[in-house]
Design a protein around this ligand. Sequence first.
Ligand SMILES: *Cc1c(COP(=O)(O)O)cnc(C)c1O
Length: 473
Amino acid sequence: MTDAEKNLDPENWEDFRRLSHQALDAALDDLMAVRQNPVWRETPPEVLARLDDAAPETGVGLEQVLADFARDIQPYGVGNRHPAFFGWAHGAGTPVGMVAEMLSAGLNLNCGGRNHIGVALEQKIAAAMARKFGFPQTASGLFVTGASQANFHGVVIARRAALGAQVRTQGITARLRAYASQEAHACVEQAMDLAGLGTDALRKIPTDAQGRIRLDVLRQAIEADRAAGDKPFLLVASAGTVNFGAFDPLNELADIAAQEKLWLHVDGAFGALTIFSEKLKPKLAGIHRADSIAFDFHKWAHVPYDAGFILVRDAAAQRAAFAAPAAYLSRTNTGLAKGETWPCDLGPDLSRGFRALKVWMTLRAYGLKTLGESMERNCAAAQRLAELIDQSQDFERAAPVPLNIVCFRLKNAPDAANRALVERLQTQGIAAPSLTRLDGRTTIRCAIFNHRTGAEDVVAFFAEARAQAKALT
Ligand SMILES: *Cc1c(COP(=O)(O)O)cnc(C)c1O
């Protein structure tokens, strides 16, 4: 064997080809059987024990690793591919996304920068999303892990816009104040903490009965902060709240942001992509006036994890918050180091993967219309579930259902009973709703995000939930 042959490529490509085709077939078989398998099963202790040898000195080879994968990894996922998975806000993934991830790994692009197709495709997706949201074509965007990170970026960019370049050398010198509704996702508060502003600097504004930020209270809070000598700088709107899918009134918030000279950031983690649906997109009226939008392709667009995105109206503002002062010095006019703005100028990551490929393949293969119609089917299934709850003797609804999320409880039952019911449904592998707290009470929450979930699935789920509730009492 020559020195060059002592590499990590297979010794026998034909054997490798056979094994990798088998792996792909097994993965497809597993996807096709999703509906027949339990929604979730807990990883048994003996499986966890086998995984202790995660980093052996001597390798076991692909054939053995694939067998280990089939036995110890594949069966014990989150369950979000299953049509009866109703927890949190999870995307289901698609077969197209699976193939895209494999092809992306084959190319192994580093999308932090340089002159190559990975960087160009990311910019094309930013431009396409800018068009879709009604942003100018000069807007810029960046793939990040998820909306938590995208919201953090929003705070950092707004902070730089409010305090100027010196915030990057001298830190925070003013008492900045931000505003979001009480229903805003916890990651907004975390972003304030991470950005050095402190969670107390986020004013949590109460909501109306529909879960939308109260504009009168918001105006008062801004005024009170100004009177106290503080510096309001950021308004975070929720487009799809995590508890039950409420949309803040974006046009009204854009008016307030303009009057008060605040940065308007929209947390549209799952809700922003309802822009793909003709029926649902009126909820986003005014989003074209935002300064930045955070959203996830991995939730309602079903791109495999992870695929968060931050879109910023003013490209210069995004760049100013992250680019090294002398970034341009490392760029050339031709060759691999060409390019005015690289992804590493728009965020803190230098090495980063090719998230753009799986998004491009998903959007191109299915088309936005089909993805939007899948969201509409989820909303119709949520309405069906809400009807069943409203008609039943044993359950009652706990919140309005403006979108695809249904919150409900057992009638006349303590918190513990609701918790026990959800745990029972999960551990028996029947369905996976999750729990939340609403009005200080434990509440069952069904978020219908899966493109595989039909109205008949929620009917079957509800019958099971009733039967299991009876079995509990
Ligand atoms: C899921 C979610 C987030 C966090 O997004 P990740 O992709 O999980 O980081 C933020 N806001 C809302 C409204 C969400 O639903």
